[in-house]
Design a protein around this ligand. Structure first.
Ligand code: XMP
Length: 512
């Protein structure tokens, strides 16, 4: 058992970010609900406990509280934001609703460095998000930092090793916040760097084995990073009990079907069913031009095809998905509201309910870059792990206007050239996404001495860190010139190439 830090979750949107920062510091962390029993906490013999932030006020009725016994374990505790206020209130200090709420960037004045702020400058930029404020220190505590509006922005009980931070050290905007957290881990909890992705793999495999037992699991493989890594991990855990289903909806990129089969052959020895449903999708999409209608038809048809493949397998109990933490919006059961809200996965939304399957989501605590690292440790190649995101409805939303096999062929050929040139020039990995869009517009051209009247292809290449905002990429002239001339020369049916120079917002990354 590695040294463990328990993160008690009071419903903050940053709880998993705290856990992630601890993992990054090579220390094992476990996120548990705020009301976890002292028995369970003792069983894990934690080296330290972090109390997360949360949306509640310590004054409101039914606000979440941990068992008071955590303060008698003799274990270091770090309270963050709501966690600090909670510690203040439960140890008989005083918390008030502050007239001066602090949101966003602030300046922290360190009064005493001690172990928590060791190695840091006297003034730090930190990120706040709180309405309540500690106004009287609990017994045995001292203020160790202040902000303009808060005399107790950081507090310490040196003897008990209890610490509180009013700001959020885990978020990127708190400059050097990570060092505060690692000081807590290494200098206060005396943790060693003894945990890594291989340890995650081992414990995830055990957990999958315990959950699944001797039952059967199916997984909808898309060929993207998340479902591929989930498949490789589950395959390691339960081998033959897993069946992966890859639905070829005819809306895939050039050679994608072969690439997915190849990935399987090389890295995942288990069972793969490839369902060829391209013609069915094309039939259902015939004449449809409205983007949202396209999405609905593609989603419904996917479920139909997937369902009929699963039925052939006999009794299946679990549906595995490569859901990541950013896909999961979870609210802990606060104030009697036990709801857990999960964003439906774009490909298989509605499936588990319809098919009465339990969900198996072994990646749901991880962020994208951690999933890539996990994939690497499972032997997957960068070709799979570093691929750009691809929308569930695939080329269905990149062929504008009606989807026909001719339009799809033109788009696939053009897109393959664009991606090939981006890879060759080293630009591919600098971009969030790059692809071609087929425009249902014809324009006049001249090739040799002949007049042509053919379709237009738009190139789209964007930089982004999360797809929420994006900017068009300043690709070099030479590269654009090469791509344009190759597409016009080599792709029958396209005689003009344009470059999309719109940012998001106000545009979106995809055209539909
Ligand atoms: P937009 O076009 O909204 O795209 O700027 C943001 C990100 O989401 C992807 N995207 C989708 N993914 N189903 C998906 O699974 C969809 O219907 C869909 N639409 C957009 C898009 O590729 C980009 O990464």
């Amino acid at each position: 058992m590695p040294q463990t830090i328990i993160v008690l979750d009071f419903g903050s949107q940053y709880t998993q970010v705290i856990a992630r920062r601890i993992r990054e510091a090579s220390v094992y962390s476990k996120v548990l609900p705020f009301n976890t029993s002292i028995k369970k906490i003792r069983e894990l013999s934690p080296s330290g406990i972090v109390l997360s932030g949360g949306p509640a006020s310590v004054h409101s009725k039914g606000s979440p509280k941990p068992t008071k016994e955590i303060f008698s374990l003799g274990v270091p505790i770090l309270g963050i934001c709501y966690g600090l206020q909670l510690m203040g209130k439960m140890l008989e200090g005083e918390v008030k609703s502050s007239k001066l709420r602090e949101y966003g960037r602030g300046q922290l004045n360190i009064l005493r460095k001690g172990s928590l702020f060791r190695g840091l400058p006297n003034i730090l930029t930190v990120w706040n998000s709180h309405g309540d404020c500690l106004v009287k220190l609990p017994k045995g505590f001292k203020a160790i930092a202040e902000t303009e509006n808060s005399a107790y922005a950081a507090i310490e009980n040196q003897e008990m090793k209890f610490y509180g931070l009013q700001f959020h050290p885990e978020v990127e905007h708190s400059v050097r916040g990570v060092e505060i957290l690692t000081n807590f881990l290494y200098k206060i909890c005396k943790c060693k760097r003894d945990w890594g992705m291989n340890d995650f793999t081992i414990s995830a495999i055990q957990e999958i084995q315990n959950t699944v037992g001797d039952k059967k699991v199916i997984l909808g493989l898309s060929g993207g990073v998340d479902s591929s890594v989930a498949a490789a991990l589950i395959d390691r855990a339960i081998g033959k009990q897993l069946t992966c289903i890859f639905v070829d909806n005819g809306l895939l990129r050039k050679n994608e079907r072969e690439q997915v089969k190849d990935l399987f052959k090389k890295h995942i020895p288990g069972k793969l069913i490839v369902s060829s449903a391209g013609q069915l999708f094309l039939r259902k999409l015939k004449g449809i031009t409205d983007p949202e209608k396209k999405r609905k038809i593609i989603g419904r048809t996917f479920i139909e095809v997937f369902d009929s493949e699963v039925k052939k397998l006999g009794k299946v109990d679990f549906l595995a998905q490569g859901t990541l933490y950013p896909d999961v919006i979870e609210s802990v059961p606060i104030q009697g509201n036990p709801s857990s809200l999960i964003k439906s996965h774009h490909n298989v939304g509605g499936l588990p309910k319809k098919m009465k399957l339990s969900l198996l989501e072994p990646l749901r605590e991880l962020f994208k870059d951690e999933v890539r690292e996990l994939g690497r440790s499972l032997g997957l190649s960068d070709e799979v792990l570093m691929r750009h995101p691809f929308p569930g409805p695939g080329l269905g939303v990149r062929v504008l206007g009606p989807i026909t096999s001719l339009n799809l062929r033109i788009l696939k050929d053009a897109d393959a050239i664009f991606i090939q040139e981006l890879l060759k020039s080293g630009w591919y990995h600098k971009l969030w996404q790059a692809f071609c869009v087929f425009l249902p517009v014809k324009s006049v051209g001249v090739m040799g001495d002949e007049r042509t009247y053919e379709n237009v292809i738009s190139l789209r290449a964007v930089t982004s860190s999360d797809a929420m905002t994006a900017d068009w990429a300043k690709l070099p002239d030479r590269l654009l010139r090469k791509v344009s001339s190759r597409i016009i020369n080599e792709v029958k049916g396209a005689n003009r190439v344009v470059y999309d120079i719109s940012s998001k917002p106000p545009s979106t990354i995809e055209w539909e």
